[in-house]
Design a binder for this molecule. Structure first.
Ligand SMILES: [Zn+2]
Length: 103
């Protein structure tokens, strides 16, 4: 029996909340040679995750599931309150000019 830890990102279609859920996947070899996945959360078997996961913020079931590791490649999706603040001042790369004088 093999075990695989998977963290899957979800996004709520209603309130745009983004969160991750941790799963432990047990790969069990059946007698006929096929492999069965058993999904566990907190040691309890759960149905395989789908897009029917309930949003923890608003309770909506209109959620989207992303592949494991998706948030690591798209940090812009992580809510701002859980990210360290960026102290870089916002400056336009365009040089300032007096718009009332002809160029
Ligand atoms: Zn929601």
């Amino acid at each position: 029996m093999r075990q695989d830890h998977r963290t899957l990102p979800f996004e709520c279609r209603s309130c745009m909340h983004v969160w991750e859920e941790d799963y432990l996947v047990r790969l069990v070899d059946a007698r006929d040679g096929t492999e069965t996945e058993i999904w566990l959360q907190g040691g309890v078997p759960v149905p395989p995750p789908s897009s029917n996961v309930v949003c923890p913020r608003c309770g909506c079931q209109q959620t989207a599931m992303f592949p494991a590791g998706y948030l690591a490649r798209h940090p812009e999706l992580i809510p701002a309150e859980s990210r360290p603040a960026d102290d870089t001042p916002l400056r336009s790369p365009v040089p300032a000019r007096n718009r009332w004088l002809p160029a």
